[in-house]
Design a protein around this ligand. Structure first.
Ligand code: DX5
Ligand code: ZN
Length: 217
């Protein structure tokens, strides 16, 4: 039996002038998680938002917060993102610091942990840590911006992550992130992904609920 499909709309694509309403729209529209794209303008050439926004969403809503740290020095900020109420924190294997220390810090706080791979980073890069992970994030765009085109050559990496999980009796989620719409959702689900991040496909859709249903297939 495969893992359940989880739809995680990215708040990056929401209307920041009315974030509260946007979060309510996501929850009402059937989102399972809320994907929180944190960018520092250094690891990626864009700045988004920090722990205070995550705390504000956490204090006023009951939805699983999937924090994606696109920052150079994750260890420096883990405490604030944990305190803000993140349920899962994903950091990039390409970021600074010892990944084992980052994993230990996140898990010791009772938070789930994921590692993200940029498109150019091979799946093998995370093998030393993979047995400890709750989630593997295969970026299907270059991190930094929403609204980019899906990179079809990432499908092999998704399949690799699934094969490795099944052959080693592991249980991590396989999350994909970037350019996920109804058509690409089918491709990534067939390749083995079960957590679909979608920013534009959800928050720019005429009907949020219909967009979520279309992603589920
Ligand atoms: C990009 C972010 C993605 C992005 C997804 O760095 O990690 O989550 O916001 O946006 P869409 O779904 O519009 O490609
Ligand atoms: Zn993301």
């Amino acid at each position: 039996m495969g893992k359940p499909i989880i739809i995680a709309p990215s708040l990056l694509a929401s209307n920041y002038a009315k974030i509260g309403d946007e979060v309510s729209k996501a929850i009402y529209g059937g989102a399972n998680w809320l994907h929180m794209d944190v960018m520092d303008g250094h690891f990626v050439p864009n700045i988004s938002f920090g722990a205070d926004i995550i705390a504000a969403v956490h204090q006023t809503n009951d939805i699983f917060l999937d924090t994606h740290l696109m920052i150079s020095n994750p260890q420096q900020y883990l405490e604030s993102f944990i305190k803000a109420g993140s349920d899962l924190i994903t950091f990039h294997i390409e970021a600074n610091g010892d990944p084992q220390v980052t994993i230990d810090t996140i898990k010791s706080a009772g938070c789930q942990v994921g590692i993200a791979l940029k498109p150019a980073t091979p799946f093998e890069a995370i093998l030393p840590y993979i047995a400890q992970l709750d989630l593997v994030l295969v970026m299907t765009v270059e991190p930094g911006f929403g609204g980019q085109a899906f990179m079809t050559d990432m499908l092999d990496k998704i399949s690799e992550a699934k094969t490795y999980r099944d052959e080693h009796n592991l249980d991590y989620h396989i999350e994909v992130d970037g350019g996920i719409y109804q058509d690409t959702s089918k491709l990534v689900r067939e390749a083995g992904a079960n957590v679909l991040v979608a920013g534009s496909a959800c928050f720019k859709a005429p009907d949020f609920g219909d967009a979520v249903k279309a992603l589920r297939g």
